[in-house]
Every structure is written in C-alpha cells, then in structure tokens.
Design a protein around this ligand. Structure first.
Ligand SMILES: [Ca+2]
Ligand SMILES: [Ca+2]
Ligand SMILES: [Ca+2]
Ligand SMILES: [Ca+2]
Length: 537
C-alpha cells in the first residue's frame, strides 16, 4: 500500500521501521512491534504449547532477521561551524553497507554530497545485537557554504536495501556579516504506522538554540507527492498547530491523538519558527493512521467425509478498514482432538490446507493482525468423518453375501478374495482383511487360500472381517462344506431327500413291472398249459 511504497516515502526514512527498529532504533521499540514483530510474539507465546514442524520451520526462518542498519553521528545538534568540521560516527549492521552517502542541505537546496563507503573502518566494538560496527570520519570545509542553516544527512543502505538516515543540524555564519540564520528542523516519527496517542518529537534550532515548532497533518494528495522530499516548502492553505517555544531548553515533544483522524495515509509536516520571525523549511513524513481492528473470517466446510487430498480453508474474507487485506498478517492454528497444533503464519497468507484423509474433530483458528498491532481471531470447528468399510467376499471367484451357504467342489484349497471391499479412496488400499474359520482367526490378506478342513463330517463357517485405519469394521459370514461329504450344507437336505425319493420310485417301478410280468405269464400259459391230470389207470 501507499505507506510502504518506497516511491512515496520521504527520502532517507527507514523503509520498514517496525522490523529494523526492534533491533536498532530505540525510539520505535517504545511505540510498537509491528506486524511481524507481533506475529513473532504470538508464535513465541504459543511455543510452549507445542508446535508442529511446520510452525517451527516458519519460526526458524524468522529467527535470523536482517536488521536495518543504524547510523550514529557523534556530534551534537546545532553545532556552530566557523570554517571546517570533522564529522565522525558509526555504522552498525551485520555487514558492510552496499551504499553510504552524505549530503548537505542549505534550506531546500542540496549544496554538497559525497560517498562515505570508502571511509568505513571496522571497529572492535561489540553491540547489543552482536552486530559489527564501522567508524567513519568526514572532513567538511564550510567556508564556501556560509552563511548556512545546514542539515547534514548520512544515509546507509544494507544488502537487503534497508536504510537508516542520520541527520545533524549545523549552522555556519559568514565572517563578515551578522546575518540572522533561519532555524532548521528534524522530525522524529516513532513509526510509519500510528495508532492512539503518539508522542512526536522534533529537533528545532537556530544558531542561538531551541525554537518553536508548528505542525500539521494533511491527506492532500499534492502534499503527499511533494513529501517524497525530506524537506519541502510551506504548502498552501495548511492549518498549523503551534507549539510555543519551550521555556526549558529541550526539544519540543507533543502528543498526537491519531483517533481524531480516519484510518488512512497522511502527511505529517513540521516547521520551526524563531523569535526573529524566520521559518525553517518544512520537514515532511508520510504516516499511516490505523485505529481499527481488522476482522477475521474463515470460509470452509464443517462436515465432510475422508478423501485423498486437502481441504482448503479460505481467509480471504478477512479485512482491515482502509488498509485492506493485503496488509494483514495471517496466523493459522489448527488443533486436533489430541491438542496437537499446526501453525502457519505469513503476510496475506489467506488460505490454509488440511489433510482430508485424517478423520477427527478439528478447531481451526485464524488471527489476523494489522500494521498497528490490532488483531481479530475467529475459530471454525469442523469434522472429518471416516467411512465404515463394506466387506466383499469371493470364494473361488464367486461373490457371496452375508449368510450364504456354499458347497465347494472337493479340492485341497479354494481362493479367497476381499479386494472388492469398499471404503473411501484414502482408506481402500489400507484395508485389512482377517479370515476366520469356525470363529478362529487364521490369516490376514486380500487374497488367501482356504485349506480343506480336516473334519468333513460337519459344515464350517468362514468369516471375513474388513478393518480400516480407524478400526471401523464390516463382516461377512458364510457356511461352507465339501461336495459329497456330510460337511456339505446341502447333504442333509435336498440331496438325501432326492435320492430317497428316486430310490422309492425305482423300487416301486421295478415292483410294478414284476407283478405285471407274472400276471401276463399266467394268462398266456394257463389255458393251453397242460395241467397235470390224474390218470384213472
Ligand atoms: Ca542489515
Ligand atoms: Ca486496522
Ligand atoms: Ca479412515
Ligand atoms: Ca474408512
């Protein structure tokens, strides 16, 4: 957004003060920890609760930040220079800068500039952040600059293009004339993103000491454009607020109630004024005002069945007034029934993926944080259900249903299969088939051989038990026996009854035939047959 757009940033102000200042600049440490600082704090607080690997990975990525450089000038503000001055100071960072320059402004005019990078000499000093430091020394001849209400600006850029700027107010009076020198001003803003009451500080001096300050805030786009420069001329039609010249000889500080303004981008402008009626150029800085918490939103399913793949939860509906979603840091925390957490965070990390193959009750919490440290959280509970498998059994290639009875051809073994069993795609390949004969588990496997039972005097039961990764079970029980033995479930029923019937029929038929034949024989032979007769003789 505009605030962080380098094109609109006044020259020489740090790019991301919320990050670098946590290591470098004590001013910003007081005011806010910024978006990433906030996210890190949340992660730090969550750490003892147990982080998943992904969370720790994320955390470790941020545990070696590249801090913004820090430039310190040894000389005091408001120095009066007669002819020449030796400026000394330190550059503090992890490594040497890629660029380091100095510039001298007289009012709005750049009157001299040069390179400092070749003037850096490493020191043995150890710093709080255990970073290295390099000393610089710069000889400036002011004879050609006087009279001058000057500001020396030293800017260093590190390898990640992070910038620090140090500014020093200098006055140089010409030898021959006692001209009144205009005051100069340096504005110190604790952060680019302001919220609530903000303490602001300026250094406003002329060659005789501290002077008064006027300040103003504007959301005028032309002023915003000119704010690209560190110092600008006084904008037209601007309402100044006066800070009366301090009685004590200190830098003016004042409190800005940022809640008096809508969230947005503004230009903060200050100028110094002396008792002589002289004004400094205006120091201008682009600031953001944010006094409203963002709102978190999660879109995603609440109930679903397991499958191979991921469920996408979408936090795109989260938003922040004026600043929008793009500026938000997203922190996702997924917690399962065991209290195990998976944590992911990142800028505008709008979506979160969950493995759909792991059934259970989950709580997904999204926290979004804006640049001012406001945040909002929302929790979404969802359940991934496990499908109970459906067992499917084949013996010798024939599909059987629960309760079936089967007569097996007399053989030594028969092929058993359970591969047609049904479950969700993620569970299918992991199904366990356990085979029971007469209630005894004998083997597991998708394809096995059923050995011929030793006892063929009675029928047997075969049970297939199909179990998925969640322990959900389905079973099929069939009764089997071997053809031609008493074990055949059909042996005592249709087979025996049928043969008895046919036997009876055969016996009856044979008997009938026999009787018929006997009758026929008697009939044909009876009359002609000689019946033995008694002879009288
Ligand atoms: Ca650095
Ligand atoms: Ca906000
Ligand atoms: Ca499962
Ligand atoms: Ca299942």
């Amino acid at each position: 957004m505009k605030l962080f757009d380098s094109k609109k940033r006044p020259l020489g102000r740090s790019i991301e003060p919320t990050i670098e200042n946590s290591a470098g600049n004590p001013i910003s440490m007081v005011t806010g920890i910024g978006r990433f600082g906030w996210a890190l704090c949340v992660l730090f607080l969550l750490a003892p609760l147990g982080m998943s690997e992904s969370a720790q990975r994320h955390h470790s990525n941020q545990s070696h930040p590249d801090d913004a450089p820090q430039i310190i000038i040894d000389q005091h503000q408001g120095l009066l220079i007669e002819t020449s001055l030796n400026i000394t100071g330190e550059y503090i960072d992890e490594e040497l800068p890629i660029a380091m320059t100095w510039k001298i402004f007289n009012s709005l005019e750049l009157i001299a500039e040069g390179d400092l990078i070749s003037h850096l000499i490493e020191t043995d000093d150890l710093h709080e952040s255990s970073r290295d430091s390099w000393q610089f020394s710069l000889n400036l001849n002011f004879t050609s600059y006087a009279p001058c209400s000057c500001i020396l600006e030293i800017e260093g850029t590190d390898t990640n293009n992070r910038i620090d700027v140090a500014q020093l107010i200098l006055f140089s009076q010409s030898d021959n004339q006692e001209e009144q020198l205009a005051p100069s001003i340096i504005l110190k803003v604790p952060s680019e993103q302001l919220t609530g009451d903000v303490d602001l500080e300026a250094i406003a001096m002329d060659d005789e000491g501290f002077v008064g300050v006027q300040w103003s805030i504007s959301n005028n786009s032309e002023i915003a454009m000119s704010c690209i420069q560190t110092w600008i001329g006084t904008p037209e039609s601007i309402q100044w607020n006066n800070l009366t010249p301090p009685i004590l000889q200190v830098n003016p500080t004042w409190s800005l109630d940022s809640t008096a303004y809508d969230d947005g981008v503004y230009s903060l402008i200050v100028r110094a004024f002396s008792e002589d009626g002289l004004y400094s150029p205006c120091a201008c800085q682009s600031i953001g005002i944010d006094n409203h918490a963002p709102t978190a939103q999660i879109d995603g399913p609440s109930d679903l069945n397991e499958y191979s793949g991921t469920i996408l939860f979408d936090g795109t509906g989260s938003s922040d007034q004026f600043w929008g979603r793009e500026e938000l840091v997203f922190l996702w925390v997924l917690e399962n029934e065991l209290g195990e957490k998976t944590i992911e965070s990142g800028s505008d990390l709008r979506t979160f993926e969950v493995d759909a193959s792991q059934s259970g009750n989950y709580t997904l919490t999204l926290t979004v944080a804006d640049g001012a440290g406001f945040s909002d959280s929302i929790s979404h509970q969802f359940n991934i259900s496990n499908d109970v498998p459906t067992a499917a059994l084949r013996i010798g290639g024939q599909a059987l249903a629960d309760g079936d009875e089967i007569t097996l051809v007399d053989d030594e073994q028969w092929l058993l299969e359970c591969g047609d069993s049904i479950d969700s795609d993620n569970d299918k390949s992991g199904l366990i088939c356990t085979w029971y004969v007469d209630g005894e588990p004998i083997m597991t496997g998708w394809e096995r051989q059923l050995q011929k039972p030793d006892d063929t005097s009675t029928s047997h039961t075969l049970m297939l038990e199909v179990t998925d990764d969640n322990g959900a079970i389905d079973t099929i029980i069939v009764t089997f026996g071997i053809q031609g033995t008493h074990s055949d479930p059909m042996y005592n029923g249709d087979t025996e009854g049928g043969s008895g019937f046919w036997m009876l029929m055969v016996i009856t038929a044979v008997s009938l035939a026999f009787v018929t034949i006997m009758i026929l024989i008697r009939n044909f032979s009876g009359h002609s047959a000689s019946i033995p007769k008694w002879k009288r003789e």
